[in-house]
Structures are given as structure tokens and as C-alpha cells.
Design a protein around this ligand. Structure first.
Ligand code: SIN
Length: 288
């Protein structure tokens, strides 16, 4: 039987219907899912009441998994392949380190020399309302730029820094900012990336980019702001309203995303992510 897909928005995303990711799956069936992943950028699987082992096992079909050495505070203590995105306090009652994860437009691990191919996020406990994730189609963002703009940005590299949301948040603090700087020096990534599998060009930017390599922040800011604003136009996005046991898989090479903080923080939002390693990209720059 052919894979049953339902489009999620005009710009990107499809729900894969009637698939249980924990059940044995033939190569042919996974091949269809992978083709849909390349075509739609985001896939949604509903009602996946699975274990961590099953989450990891299914994720491995997409490629080798990151063990999250770049984000050691947020990985699960017993499952390094799982990154926690949670506002559940720590066992000692102190606030979770990952409660603000993803609250900026970004593509996962862009601040490392091996940015991610894709991520699989499982919604476990979700707030009654809000806490949505918004995704942007970065192929469309690139393709709808003028020829002049495409020429102007062709050779540019954006300097990506890790932990910018947390660094800018006095509450979650300076020690974390320093740790992030030590673990993840700034990396320059091409502003236009060619997707290694589809061959299509995509914009590669977001709020972790503070300047272009070879330019000051002041010089870079207007163009970064313009491109991010353009990329996140309503026409280019899909906003996902989570249900518990949803798994959303996204292609980090042609999408970016943002976790909205639009929910009652007294309610729990507990998500777990696996991150599929991509191919090496970018170069380290001095943090000037
Ligand atoms: C992430 O950026 O990986 C987390 C997104 C989310 O929690 O919605």
C-alpha cells in the first residue's frame, strides 16, 4: 500500500498517516518515508506512544546520531542520543537548563562544524494550549529573493554562535554562556547552502547569526534582519500545535524553526529530541 500523506501547510510539511514507527519497517517503506522527508521538509507522525529506545532506533534509520557533546547540560543522563527540551525542574528543584531551548529561529547545531541533517522531536507532555513550534521553508526563502540579492549573498558566511537566547537571559546565566563559548567557538557557515541530497539551494541563517564573516555586527545587522524577516513570512511557514505522542521530523538543511513560549509556564512542556548528524560545514572564526 502506498504511503498515505496529508499536507500540513502550503509551504512545507506532511503528516504520515497509519505508520507505527516502533513496528518493524521494510527498507522500501522507510525509503518512501525518507523521500517524503526530502520533499516536504517536515514529517509528522501522530499517536506514537514509544519508548526512548524505540525513538533512538527509528531515528537511526535517518543516519548516525549526535551524542550531544556540544550541549552536555541538556542531554538525557542515561541516553546521550536524547536531548531534553523541558521545563520540568531538576531533581534538586532548580529550574531546568533547557526550558528556553529553541526560542529563537535556528537550524539545529548550526553553531558546530557538523550541523545536523535532521531532528526527531517527540512531544511527551504538552501544555493545554500553546508551546507550538513554527517551521520555515528555507528553499522558498532563497528562491523568492531577487536575482540581485541572490548575487549579493552568494559568497557570504554567517557567524553562528551557540546559546544566544540563554546568554542574553540574565536568569539562566553567565556560567552557561561561558561554557557554551568554550565548547562551541563561533562558526562561519555559508548563507546559501546547497542541499547535499536534493541539490536545491536554501538560505541558512536565523537568530544565532550575529554578523557576516569579514564584516562588523553593525554592518551586517540590516541584511541579517531583512533575510530573517523574509524567510519567516506567513507564506513560508508551518505552525505545529503539539499533541502528546507526536513525533515531528525536520530537515535542518532546508528548514529552520522556533519554539514559541506562548504558554502557561506553570504547565509542563516536556519534549525529547534525537539529532541526526549531517556533513561537515563551515569554519571556526575569532569571536571579534
Ligand atoms: C528545538 O529547537 O529543537 C526544540 C523545539 C521545540 O521545543 O519546539
Amino acid at each position: 500500500m502506498a504511503l498515505k500523506l496529508r499536507k500540513l501547510s502550503y509551504a512545507l510539511g506532511a503528516e504520515v498517516c497509519d505508520v507505527d514507527v516502533a513496528k518493524p519497517m521494510s527498507e522500501a517503506r522507510f525509503g518512501e518515508i525518507y523521500q517524503a522527508f526530502l520533499s516536504y521538509g517536515i514529517l509528522l507522525f501522530r499517536n506514537q506512544d514509544i519508548t526512548r529506545e524505540q525513538h533512538i532506533e527509528f531515528s537511526r534509520r535517518f543516519g548516525e546520531l549526535d551524542r550531544h557533546d556540544a550541549l552536555p547540560r541538556d542531554r538525557h543522563p542515561d541516553y546521550p542520543e536524547i536531548l531534553l527540551v523541558t521545563n520540568e525542574p531538576k531533581p534538586d528543584g532548580s529550574p531546568s537548563d533547557s526550558r528556553y531551548t529553541g526560542r529563537q529561529w535556528h537550524s539545529d547545531m548550526s553553531f558546530t562544524p557538523v550541523p545536523s541533517l535532521g531532528s526527531l522531536l517527540r512531544g511527551i507532555t504538552v501544555p493545554e494550549v500553546g508551546g507550538d513550534t513554527v517551521f520555515a521553508n528555507m528553499y522558498l526563502a532563497y528562491e523568492t529573493l531577487s536575482g540581485g540579492m541572490k548575487k549579493m549573498i552568494a559568497g557570504l558566511h554567517g557567524v553562528h554562535r551557540s546559546g544566544t537566547r540563554k546568554i542574553n537571559n540574565p536568569e539562566s546565566g553567565v556560567p552557561r554562556a561561558e561554557e557554551q563559548r568554550r565548547l562551541n567557538p563561533p562558526i562561519a557557515q555559508p548563507v546559501v547552502r546547497v542541499h547535499p541530497e536534493t541539490g536545491r539551494k536554501a538560505l541558512y541563517l536565523g537568530d544565532k547569526v550575529k554578523r557576516f564573516d569579514g564584516m562588523t555586527e553593525e554592518e551586517s545587522r540590516p541584511l541579517i534582519d531583512y533575510l530573517n524577516k523574509h524567510a519567516t513570512r506567513f507564506e513560508f511557514i508551518y505552525r505545529h500545535q503539539w499533541r502528546s505522542n507526536d513525533i515531528v521530523v525536520w530537515d535542518n538543511r532546508c528548514t529552520m524553526h522556533l519554539a514559541l513560549g506562548d504558554f502557561d509556564e506553570t504547565q509542563r512542556r516536556h519534549m525529547e529530541r534525537t539529532t541526526v548528524l549531517g556533513t561537515p560545514s563551515g569554519y571556526v572564526v575569532a569571536d571579534a
